[in-house]
Design a protein around this ligand. Structure first.
Ligand code: NDP
Length: 443
């Protein structure tokens, strides 16, 4: 038995009922086989055992009162996964599907993603099974205040710096920050994704979507292709999807789909993004409303964006949204590149099919790292009490995403798997964290 296989079996034994965590860890560990086989120091230092076990996992009760005066109780989580290269950093997700397996998979991915950015940030993730959909502003505030009343004791600008994720945007970060400040009396960079008037960074809202397109551009260029004139399908209609769509359009592509969890829209003329922003960012309504003012566009209930013929597919909604049947359809229709805006949107079988069929495939931990990279830039601006211009941040983001592509691509080549960006991302992300762990001793 190899070190990797032993550790995988042990991980499956120790984490029953955590399918998402096992899925994420299996993909990473399998790609690390050539690295750990050729570097016995990692086995000697027990790196795989330690890197797959979070430093700590915090679970807590979040009690709040709804508008009808009823007491509601949700479960809160913060998993501080690894701080070998910097304070824990990673988003908070508010969605009814949230459980420990999902938070652990996200926290584990975050360790490698944050390492790839080249910035000094460790990995963590948190959230709650709270559903913000349909809640009033007062209910959202009450929930956020209760959540922070427990979380504040575990975080700090040099300890753990949460940010947004699904269901957590500027409004929620504002309420969370207000409560942190009220309890601690500290005005400091403890959360990122803050509003611009109180310490937020310009370009943070756009960062994940724009960063995805910068990574995609670099990957296409390295393979003799470009975005100009290409048809793109995108899933999701949230933060990542909207700004991926914006940058894709700026770079000359035509985006024809978006979706939410109820259904999807197809606009053969190209998505009218101003209309989507009005529906999603201003009115917080459903994507189906798009067709009211765009009669030539189509709305369909359910899951279906991957059936639309395209050159490039960008999954930007949630985990495991792109399955084997979906990728067969994409390949049949001539899609040549898939770049992940969401975290782990592609199932293991679908990923294998894409790679076997020569589709250029960018894994989320590399291609969606722009959000956390700009969060780290927000931390730097907060520490320096400065704010940089949009162009400064956007230029740094572009440099970081190009740097990530180059590192991922070199690591893939060095270990004999050119164009396998999954292996390249896992290896490049791992080496920095593993070397720091070796230097810091058995802790
Ligand atoms: P948002 O909450 O802003 O948007 C999520 C979007 O995806 C919504 O339109 C939502 O629809 C849709 N969606 C969620 N679940 C499903 C589903 N099962 N089927 C179809 N659509 C669905 O989240 P973000 O845009 O911030 O996050 C999207 C993904 O990107 C996540 O995987 C997240 O972890 C990842 N990510 C986000 C980063 C960030 O900076 N925000 C950074 C890196 C990764 P509905 O409104 O109906 O729920």
């Amino acid at each position: 038995m190899s070190y990797v296989n032993d550790q995988l079996n042990e991980l499956i034994r120790k984490n029953p009922n955590q399918p998402e965590f096992i899925q994420a860890a299996s993909v990473v560990l399998k790609s690390l086989e050539p690295v750990v086989e050729s570097n016995p120091k990692y086995q000697k230092a027990g790196i795989l055992e330690r890197i797959t076990e979070p430093d700590r996992q915090i679970m807590f009760r979040v009690a709040w009162t709804d508008d009808a005066g009823r007491v509601q109780v949700n479960r809160g989580y913060r998993v501080q996964f690894n701080n070998a290269i910097g304070p824990y950093k990673g988003g908070l997700r508010f969605h009814p599907s949230v459980n420990l397996s999902i938070i652990k998979f996200l926290g584990f991915e975050q360790v490698f993603k944050n390492s790839l950015t080249g910035l000094p940030i460790g990995g963590g993730k948190g959230g709650s099974d709270f559903d913000p959909k349909g809640k009033s502003d007062r209910e959202i505030m009450a929930f956020c205040q209760s959540f922070m009343t427990e979380l504040y004791r575990h975080i700090g600008p040099d300890v753990d710096v949460p940010a947004g994720d699904i269901g957590v945007g500027g409004r929620e970060i504002g309420y969370l920050y207000g409560q942190y400040k009220r309890i601690t009396n500290h005005y400091e960079g403890v959360l990122t994704g803050k509003g611009i008037p109180y310490g937020g960074s310009l370009a943070r809202t756009e960062a994940t979507g724009y960063g995805l397109l910068y990574f995609l551009e670099a990957m296409l260029k390295a393979n003799g292709k470009s975005l100009e004139g290409k048809t793109v399908v995108i899933s999701g209609a949230g933060n990542v999807a909207i700004y991926a769509c914006e940058k894709a359009q700026q770079l000359g592509a035509k985006v024809v789909t978006l979706c939410d969890s109820n259904g999807w829209i197809y606009d053969p003329d190209g998505i009218d993004l101003a209309a989507v922003k009005e529906i999603k960012e201003v009115r917080r309504a459903r994507i189906r409303e798009y067709v009211n003012d765009h009669p030539h566009a189509e709305y369909h209930e359910g899951h279906g964006v991957w059936s639309v013929p395209c050159d490039i597919a960008l999954p930007c909604a949630t985990q495991n949204e792109l399955g084997l049947e979906d990728v067969k359809e994409l390949v049949k229709n001539g899609c040549f590149a898939v770049a992940e805006g969401a975290n782990m949107p592609t199932t293991i079988e679908a990923e294998k099919y894409l790679q076997e069929n020569g589709v250029l495939y960018a894994p989320g931990k590399a291609s969606n790292a722009g959000g956390v990279a700009v969060s780290a830039l927000e931390m730097s601006q907060n520490s320096q009490r400065l704010s940089w211009t949009f162009e400064e941040v956007d230029n740094k983001l572009k440099q970081i995403m190009n740097g990530i592509f180059n590192n991922v691509s070199s690591a893939a080549k060095e270990y004999g798997m050119p164009n396998n960006y999954v292996a390249g991302a896992n290896i490049a992300g791992f080496l920095k964290v593993a070397d720091a762990m070796v230097s810091q001793g058995i802790v």
